[in-house]
Design a protein around this ligand. Structure first.
Ligand SMILES: NC(=O)c1ccc[n+]([C@@H]2O[C@H](COP(=O)([O-])OP(=O)(O)OC[C@H]3O[C@@H](n4cnc5c(N)ncnc54)[C@H](O)[C@@H]3O)[C@@H](O)[C@H]2O)c1
Ligand SMILES: [Zn+2]
Length: 670
């Protein structure tokens, strides 16, 4: 026997205790107090130890158990004649290759057919029919014994009460809560002051495992079946045949499955669904890869926990748990203070995350987030990471409540909160941090598009006193000598910067209006307002009622515009910018004759790196010619314009059969 160090023994013990605890919350209380990804990583760590020291494996180790049976639940306990197993899971394509190699080696073949299915994220259920009539629905429990939830199962519309044939049959499937229903329920729970469900899986499990079947009916659960027990009794040779057979009997079977013959088709399917799954009305946490022909099942066999003829591939996670170490306050260009969480670094879908937004202080209070808490952090596609909620169960008592700051961390002036708004604000016009953000916004690509003036340089110019307000950007010329003496700053880059600043004086009125940073006036509204007013003098004189008459302008925007122009400081800056020569009126030449616009009624999406233009420039050209820019590929899209390395939008457009054109082809159109 190998010598096993004390350290490893205690680590194994600790891992088992931890996993047991997470299992208890997950299976008995339908709650997650750690993200699935980290749970899986802990389990894998334990499995690795047990593989190294097999003498330490015992039947109570969580690696040997399928889920957990809540012995104290009020439901009748029922034995499964055929055990309900779990699935081996993996997050890596390499593991799938290994799985495929292992399968081929055992059955001694060069290739094999697989069925690929979506892995629905709900809870599994076993359904028993006698003479075609639904007799019983049982949860998985610990795989051997489950809970009889027949009363609740009867409330799920998609589960047939009678089959199309009078046979005895047992099938297994997943009970899920569709996303629209999930959102609706959570909205109602917030209104009633109840705690919200963390995710659709927990909501589905919590719903099915509660005693009032009336509530189950209201929640509108759904169910897809994916396994036929004892399929040999029905003369079926392949799993795919079982799927079709179950469909014929009246079950709901998920149609997004595919029969494939090699690993390349598997990786294609994974890539395809990594994107496509976001359009579904239910959650999928991965795919399941199953050997299709039943004749291999016996030979491939089973572990104590899962079949060896199947494996689950899990999609990269977007939610993890980590510790909230401290909170810093970020100041926006309008002075809004955003609390930002500093986290113990954690990996989310391939990148390290150290900071996440906490939105505002009302959110912190509502979610009861404290410093030192273990928190769930989520990174959805292209959105800044955000703190979702704390794990109350893991509190030690050392956590500290978050105090709302009273003075601005940058300028030390007193902060201000409007009664009708959630935001806490610094209203000091010469707050350095606020100025920095304002300038960053002013020079950005969609605004004045001044190149070479990045955040670091802006900060240096502010610190040196060269920039005290927006107008000072146009006075940097006078400081040429001083700037050229600054460290790490060459003559050439100063010249380039000054040239870019000068060029910005020709930016159109709508861009200038956008650059002013009026709260709630984004690109689209800046276009609308400039088109309508033609001239800032006119816009500044408009009353709230007049503003509200403009299409697309609501109460919030109108008030914000009025307030912005009432501010002495803003008026002064606009006056100075006018003197500098910025465009504050609409230039008629931009307003081509409507008839000459060739792209009217057509929609475009630009993707990838273009040869001659920036994406934003091409978008402008599209708009000037009457076309419309959209942000995602759908059937309604008329043209996808692609540059190099186009990515997933390209694939999607191809699948949908949307015309794909390059830059040159586009210019031929106009
Ligand atoms: N966050 C936590 O605290 C916590 C605790 C315990 C378990 N978990 C999660 O649950 C997992 C373990 O649960 P599990 O045993 O149910 O495993 P699993 O969810 O990883 O995979 C097996 C299950 O997938 C489901 N499934 C969905 N679609 C399917 C399809 N088309 N074909 C076959 N099965 C399909 C079935 O219910 C099956 O039982 C862990 O890997 C972890 O992600 C999380
Ligand atoms: Zn301030």
């Amino acid at each position: 026997m190998k010598d096993i160090s004390e350290k490893i023994l205690s680590e194994i013990k600790e891992l088992r205790e931890l996993i047991d605890k997470y299992n208890y919350f997950y299976y008995a209380k339908d709650e997650s107090i750690i993200s699935d990804y980290e749970y899986d990583m802990l389990t894998k760590k334990l499995e690795k130890y047990e593989k190294e020291y097999p003498e330490l494996i015992n039947e109570f180790s969580p690696t040997q158990l399928v889920g957990k049976l809540d012995k104290n639940s009020k439901f009748k306990k029922v034995e499964h004649k055929v055990p309900m197993l779990s699935l081996a899971n993996t997050y890596g394509i390499n593991d799938i290759k290994n799985f495929n190699d292992r399968v081929l080696k055992i059955i001694e073949r060069d290739n094999i057919e697989y069925v690929l299915e979506l892995k629905l994220d709900g809870l599994s259920i076993s359904l028993n029919y006698e003479n075609g009539k639904l007799k019983r629905g049982v949860t998985r429990g610990d795989g051997k014994i489950g809970e009889d939830v027949t009363e609740n199962i009867l409330q799920i519309n998609s589960i047939p009460k009678y089959l199309k044939e009078n046979i005895n049959i047992e099938v297994r499937g997943e009970v899920i809560l569709p996303l629209d229903k999930f959102k609706k329920i959570n909205k109602e729970r917030i209104e009633k002051g109840q705690e919200v469900f963390a995710n659709p899986r927990n909501a589905a499990a919590g719903t099915l495992r509660q005693l009032d079947s009336k509530i189950v009916k209201e929640r509108e659960l759904d169910c897809y079946v994916y396994y036929l027990v004892n399929s040999e009794n029905y003369n079926l040779e392949k799993h795919s045949q079982s799927l079709e057979y179950m469909k014929k009997l009246g079950f709901k079977v998920n149609d997004n499955y595919k029969i494939v013959n090699n690993i390349f088709e598997i990786t294609d399917f994974i890539k395809e669904w990594e994107e496509k799954r976001k359009e579904l009305n239910y959650e999928t946490d991965g795919l399941v890869i199953k050997v299709n022909e039943y004749m291999f099942y016996e030979e491939l066999g089973y572990t104590t926990k899962s079949p060896r003829w199947a494996i689950a591939y899990k999609f990269p996670t977007t939610q993890v748990t980590t510790k909230l170490i401290s909170i810093t306050y970020q100041i926006g260009r309008t002075g809004v203070i955003t609390p930002v969480a500093n986290l113990e670094p954690v990996r989310i879908s391939g990148s390290m995350v150290r900071r996440a937004t906490l939105h505002n202080f009302e959110e912190i209070a509502r979610k009861d987030i404290r410093i030192g808490d273990i928190v769930f952090v989520e990174k959805a596609a292209e959105i800044i990471p955000q703190v979702v909620k704390p794990v109350i169960e893991l509190r030690t008592g050392e956590e500290k409540e978050v105090e709302m700051p009273t003075i601005c961390p940058s300028c030390r002036e007193k902060l201000y909160k409007d009664e009708n708004e959630v935001a806490l604000k610094c209203v000091n016009n010469s707050c350095p941090e606020k100025l920095k953000r304002k300038i960053e916004y002013f020079v950005s690509r969609d605004a004045m598009n001044i190149e070479g003036l990045g955040p670091k340089l802006i900060e240096r110019f502010i610190n040196e006193g060269y920039i005290k307000n927006i107008c000072d950007i146009y006075k940097l010329e006078d400081k040429f000598n001083e700037i050229s003496e600054m460290e790490n700053f060459g003559i050439k880059s100063i010249e380039n910067l000054l040239e870019s600043i000068n060029k910005s004086k020709t930016r159109e009125y709508n861009k200038v209006l956008y650059s002013l940073g009026i709260p709630y006036v984004g690109k689209f509204l800046a276009d609308t307002l400039s088109n309508y007013s033609k001239n800032i003098v006119f816009l500044m004189q408009m009353s709230k009622e007049e503003l509200l008459e403009i299409d697309g302008v609501g109460e919030k925007v109108a008030s914000s515009v009025i307030k912005f122009f009432q501010d002495e400081n803003n008026r002064e800056i606009i006056e100075k910018l006018k003197q500098i020569g910025l465009n504050f009126e609409f230039l008629e030449k931009d307003n081509q004759d409507e008839d000459l616009k060739k792209l009217i009624g057509k929609t475009f999406l630009v993707t990838g790196t273009l040869k001659n233009y920036k994406r934003s420039e091409l978008k402008d050209i599209i708009e000037k010619n009457g076309g419309k820019n959209v942000s995602s590929v759908s059937k309604k899209l008329n043209y996808l314009i692609v540059g190099e390395n186009p990515g997933s939008k390209f694939k999607k457009a191809e699948v949908l059969g949307i015309p794909i054109i390059n830059e040159d082809e586009f210019f031929k159109m106009i």
